[in-house]
Design a protein around this ligand. Sequence first.
Ligand code: 7RM
Length: 650
Amino acid sequence: MNKNIESLLSEKRVFKPAKDFVKKARIKSKAQYDEMYRESIAKPDKFWAREASELLWNKKWTKVLDWSKAPVAKWFVGGQLNVSENCIDRHLDGPRRNKAAIIWEGEPGEKRTITYAQLHDQVCRFANVLKRNKIKKGDRVLIYMPMIPEAAVAMLACARIGAVHSVVFGGFSSESIKDRLHDSKAVAIITADGGYRRGSIVPLKKNVDDALKLSAAEVKRVIVFRRAGNDIHIEEGRDVWWHRELEYVDANCPPVPLDSEHPLFILYTSGSTGKPKGVLHTTGGYLLGAYCTVKYVFDVRDEDVYWCTADIGWVTGHSYVVYGPLANGVTSFMYEGAPNWPDWGRFWQIIEQERVNILYTAPTAIRAFIRAGDQWPLKHDLSSLRLLGSVGEPINPEAWMWYHNIIGGGRCPIVDTWWQTETGAIMITPLPGAIPTIPSSATLPFFGVDAAIVDDSGKEVPPNVGGKLVIRKPWPSMLRTIYGDHARYKQAYWSEIKGVYFAGDGARRDKDGYFWIVGRIDDVLNVAGHRLGTSEVESALVSHPAVAEAAVVGRPDEIKGQGVVAFVTLKTGTKVTPGLREEIRAHVGNVIGPIAKPDDVRFADALPKTRSGKIMRRLLKQIASGEVVTGDTTTLEDLSVIAKLSAPEE
Ligand code: 7RM
């Protein structure tokens, strides 16, 4: 057995769902989960038909799944529905009519509450604005907005008329906008004058103008929401103001019944190589995945205030800020700004003030909070929280424990949810009232998810042996294609191992069936013939008391194949002493085994991250190997980080 496996197996702290959580939970025991899971795999048509019947269909399907043209799936064949009708209109006849659909706080501190009835009014009016501007069913519309309710309104308005939105994260450059316009052949853009970020204004409209200067592609219309009040250029004949357009429309806009396989959105995501892939999701299956996971994984109640901190520019924002919670009639809290503006207490102050019950955030944020210090959360009453979620990367045991104790007060289950842009919805996760959790394990597959760990030939490996994480059966919210490049869809996801979806992640499964995600396969090192997960070494590094955050990459090594290079940021107030580097190396050696001892530990002020918080290992690999940093850096949060990392050591 590899040393690294031993270290993961040594993580034995098991957290059982608390009794009073279980009492109210939908799924109350492992046995109940097992039973439902068995049915979902053995009789998927029956299982999904039952779940889908909780949605509103304008026309019932004739067949649950058509997989005869694999890997192209058709779910709920012949069925018709509308996503915006399911997320809004459906709630208007009962007690949810005047309930908050969205509670929003802007970075400067203003607050808005939008009820389901008000959301209906706004979405209908804006859908009429789209129609007025000649945007039709099937047209692609690029959305480039700050985190304001109008971003959700724009998405839902597109869904209402069958236009296909492609949200581009507000932190992306004009170059990225141009590429996405081009690839999606969008006919319109919805944007804002500007958005707030850490006290300054992001010039969104100007970025759109610059993108259109690079290549106007097929864009006929730009609709601009006034958010920040900054000066902008209005191109006559092309650009219109959102609020002016509203003067010409009424609130009558019936939802258009759409085929279950009608495209809902395209979302661009980076692959390991080449240009970003336009992941295409469709209507019925995607909505069901988002709906069903919010229901079971977050086990939502009508009285909940639910907060997913993701930006709508990421898939997490699509499924878990907008579509999933609204389909469940839940109150979705939305925040415009950064977690550390004006200080590191902002999130905790919001939770106290809004009495937030469910918090869903990313490990990178958690580690940043740890670094900032416990005094920030400890200043606030966080007792309203009852459930915590984690997404985006493996959560190391230290971050998990801090989240559990300091934020969750030791009382809240943590759902560590593994999924991808491509999967549309959560795939591997604990169900909070049913599944005992272990720090760093995403635990068990969600209903209908036939996940397995296989070797290169596609054969399932024994427990605790690492391999490729694959999904062997189609699931409702799976991507349908890569927009405009179906060959790449087949090649990227269905060719690595014949007949199954390969996620790009490495993982192992323990004897209880729990999944332990190691990370992207390209982040797995091979040091002297030993498989070593970079995230595992990182986890060992951050368990050292002086270390706040760490990123580990491989660099070519003549003897061992690959050597281990660790980039480390220290906790505030920690000084780099002469012995510290060696002490940290020794610590990793103790935690995992000598093989994992970093060959090089480099101290840094910050790590290069994408704006969604993922560490950019490609850049670190280049730096570690002494190369000049090249390639795409448009998703990088702060370019100056690279300059500092590349500079010679002290
Ligand atoms: C939702 C999202 C997908 C990649 C995926 C993994 C990593 C996501 C977890 C995780 C370990 C998790 N979509 N990942 N969640 N790794 N544990 N709970 O992040 O398309 O942007 O990224 O993120 O490597 O392949 S994504």
